[in-house]
Design a protein around this ligand. Structure first.
Ligand SMILES: [Zn+2]
Length: 369
């Protein structure tokens, strides 16, 4: 098997965690370097700091996949006397590319929030905050039977017919096509001025509206006719909604205090902050990786007995208390669950000749004293 280039690796990654799932303005994607090079080793990390770059150098990784974008706010300069400039200089000198998958990886199925929910043992999980719902269209195209396979293949490769865990889905009907080429036509079948009757198939595929133009281009390129006959229908049905955070249930009810202990153990953190009465009973749990201050009312509305999220502000904690929402704040660093999660997912789901290495650097800035 050939060593992939960075572009192939990211294409595989984005099948799982596509860019369109990200929140508006989130600076995701390639941050440093190029994907136009061979990549044998990818280092997966939560953050990119100097220790992580040193680790990438020592492990000879050519690409870093990070959750937190290293250039979050636009840089005003690249002075190498300052930490961020130095970091960029080191990455470029060692030809290490950095790709960031932030809120798109939070939303993705099996991404950060699902990994957190799994770590806590939540069952029957649902989305906490819906952020994305793809609009769908249906494309029906008419093609001579001889070119059915070629066309179905091109449609599938362009992303048409992706339904849940299935791809290349289509439906084909046989029928009769009729047309008369004019004097100016250069027909694939038939002659100018003569009525033509031919066996044709109608192929139907479902396509995300965002992919429609790309699919139509691929369809026309793979079709033998000079003028391709096709219809595009707007659909009322939507894809399953996607979003941030998860809500699910524990296998057994426990006290809030015991649940806080479970959070510490399962998410591997030395401490957690708790809002609420330690003797309260907890069964339904909402979890949202990173900073979940904005979503306390959604957590309350979901019916959760407790909301697990990081970076809780003093006043948000007071608001939660006032609406009777228990909170466990284990810190933002619990998102480190993505390091192993992404490395294992990519190794399992892609057939690339490339190693995915989980970073061993601890980027948690807080220490308990
Ligand atoms: Zn985060």
């Amino acid at each position: 098997m050939k060593i992939p280039n960075g572009q192939q690796i990211i294409e595989e990654f984005e099948k799982w965690s596509p860019k369109y799932l990200a929140m508006e303005g989130d600076p995701i994607g390639l941050h440093v370097g190029t994907l136009n090079k061979k990549v044998e080793r990818v280092l997966v990390t939560l953050d990119v700091d100097e220790a992580v770059v040193d680790e990438a150098i020592s492990k000879r990784a050519e690409l870093i996949i990070a959750h937190h974008p290293p250039i979050f706010r636009p840089l005003k300069n690249l002075q190498t006397d300052f930490p961020q400039g130095r970091l960029m200089e080191k990455l470029i000198k060692h030809d290490i590319a950095v790709y960031a998958a932030h809120t798109n990886l939070d939303v993705a199925e099996g991404g950060v929030n699902d990994l957190l929910a799994q770590a806590l043992g939540l069952q029957n999980t649902d989305i906490l905050v819906q952020t994305y719902e793809a609009e769908l269209v249906k494309i029906a195209v008419f093609v001579p039977e001889s070119h059915e396979d070629q066309l179905r293949d091109a449609l599938g490769k362009a992303g048409a017919g992706a339904i849940g865990d299935y791809e290349h889905c289509s439906y084909t009907l046989s029928g009769t096509g009729r047309f008369r080429p004019t004097a100016d036509a250069d027909p694939y079948i038939g002659e100018s001025g003569k009525m033509e009757v031919t066996e044709e198939s109608k192929i139907e595929v479902v396509v995300r509206k965002a992919d429609k133009d790309r699919v139509i281009r691929a369809m026309i390129a793979a079709h033998p006719y000079e003028e391709v006959a096709y219809d595009v229908f707007t659909l009322e049905n939507k894809e399953l909604p996607m979003g941030l955070g998860r809500v699910g249930t524990l296998s057994e009810e426990m006290t809030l205090r015991n649940f806080a202990e479970l959070v510490k153990e399962k998410l591997d953190v030395p401490f957690a902050r708790m809002v609420g009465n330690g003797e309260d009973k907890v069964k339904k749990v909402a979890v949202l990786g990173g900073d979940g201050n904005k979503y306390i009312s959604q957590a309350k509305r979901s019916g959760a007995d407790v909301y697990v999220t990081g970076d809780m502000y003093f006043h948000t904690a007071q608001d939660a208390q006032a609406i009777g929402l228990n909170i466990i704040d284990p810190g933002h660093h619990v998102e480190k669950v993505m390091i192993r999660g992404v490395a294992e997912y990519m190794a399992k789901h892609t057939k690339l000749q490339c190693e995915f290495i989980a970073s061993e650097v601890d980027t948690e800035p807080f220490r308990i004293i």
